[in-house]
Design a protein around this ligand. Sequence first.
Ligand SMILES: Nc1ncnc2c1ncn2[C@@H]1O[C@H](COP(=O)(O)OP(=O)(O)OP(=O)(O)O)[C@@H](O)[C@H]1O
Ligand SMILES: [Mg+2]
Length: 240
Amino acid sequence: MPVLEVDGVSMTFGQGEHAVRALKPATFSVDGGELAALLGPSGSGKSTLLLAISLILEPTTGRISLNGREVYDNGPTGVDVRAFRRQNIGFIFQQHNLIPFLTAQENVALVMQLNGAGRRQAARRATELLGFLEIAHRADALPANLSGGEQQRVAIGRALANEQRLVLADEPTAALDTERGGKVMALLRRIARERRSAVITVTHDRRMIEGFDTIYHLDDGSLTAVTRTEEGRREGRAIG
Ligand SMILES: Nc1ncnc2c1ncn2[C@@H]1O[C@H](COP(=O)(O)OP(=O)(O)OP(=O)(O)O)[C@@H](O)[C@H]1O
Ligand SMILES: [Mg+2]
């Protein structure tokens, strides 16, 4: 069963002569365990698509189901969007959006606590995650005192903290060197394979394409092509 079903989702910013059609109606679905890449030039609508899927930006049209639950049908469906998002979607933003007055460790632990984890358990798991992302030595630093790549790794830890079924990553490796970027990709892949989460990753970086199951292309707001890679074929995925 797909984790994510997107049907005719579009986004227009502004109105009248100032309207920008950032995303034309897009229809696709992503299965649990699937690692999908989203490629496209700057301004093609990649971030808009991820923000619309997660209802951070309200789509102009379309329907979205997550984990079998309809969360948007040309308008709100009565789901508590914030709680649902916190439980079901891990979002790695293009801008890291770390909370400036919390340390690296506190930024990661906070989302676990918001989801019901106890303070000590959240702190322990946050430290573990930061260790995995090779940033544990900076756990007590504030975001302003971290490098761009370090902030990015903290943001990745935060997005993965609650083991959500859908992980959306907006250029998660942009600020990382090749080796660390490769490790982050390996982590996202493990999350897809082991947790059976659906993972969609925006990337500009062709080096990072290896290991994806499906590749989506956005061009001027249109989702133009879906390719199934060798890896995806081995996993036995059908493109619908
Ligand atoms: N809040 C907004 N109001 C008006 N137009 C917007 C808004 N956000 C994005 N756009 C426009 O929508 C289009 C798609 O933007 P989007 O940020 O989705 O592109 P992107 O593919 O993520 O680009 P990049 O690779 O540079 O991050 C662009 O033309 C952008 O200028
Ligand atoms: Mg973007």
